[in-house]
Unconditional design. Structure first.
Lengths: 91, 108
């Protein structure tokens, strides 16, 4: 048991010093001064769309699941109105 | 009574008096179904990012409304029969935003 404990602490220290330590990342929409998600704000929405026009997954953009639902809905509304493209193809 | 936002896309073939005529028609319909138009915003002639009914451009109009939800169904029926309107979108909101909306700020 004692040995186990010591290894645990050591591993924690290792993680602190390692270059691969993952920093705490925050949802860009859940902060105090964060922007409001709106289907009319295409400049904001275009940041969360890939080059091909796909919606970026939440695990990459780090948006919380609640806000990701709002975001995807807003993007789909903007697409329906022709404000954003479904694909990157330019007609 | 609930708060709604509406966006209408008019076909680019229309002349200015025709567009204002269509707008008046829409506002009349809303009054007919016991609604209120609170504010209007004109986004002007914009490029559509894909073709709708073979049109590349369209006149955008943005409305803030106050109306009973079920009555929107009837208004939608009228809008679909109108060929001069390419598309429409109704969205229910908790509170109306302050105008001008972000769409206009971007262009400036």
């Amino acid at each position: 048991m004692k040995k186990n404990k010591s290894t645990m602490t050591r591993s924690r220290d290792d993680r602190k010093n390692s270059p691969f330590e993952d920093r705490k990342r925050f949802c860009p929409f859940s902060q105090k001064n964060s922007p409001i998600i709106d289907y009319k704000d295409t400049k904001l929405l275009s940041r969360y769309v890939s080059e091909k026009g796909k919606i970026t997954p939440a695990r990459i953009s780090n948006v919380s699941s609640k806000k990701q639902k709002e975001l995807s809905k807003a993007i789909k509304r903007a697409r329906f109105l022709g404000l954003m493209s479904y694909t990157q193809k330019i007609f | 009574m609930n708060k709604f936002e509406a966006v209408l896309l008019f076909s680019p073939d229309l002349s200015n008096p025709q567009i204002s005529n269509e707008e008046k028609n829409f506002e009349k319909n809303i009054k007919k179904y016991e609604g209120k138009v609170i504010s209007i915003e004109d986004w002007g002639l914009r490029d559509i990012s894909f073709k709708i009914n073979k049109y590349k451009k369209s006149f955008y109009k943005f409305y803030q409304l106050e109306i009973k939800g079920p009555n929107i169904q009837d208004i939608k029926k009228i809008l679909t029969q109108n060929e001069k309107i390419l598309r429409y979108l109704f969205v229910k909101v908790q509170e109306h935003q302050h105008l001008p909306s972000k769409m206009i700020n971007e262009e400036k």
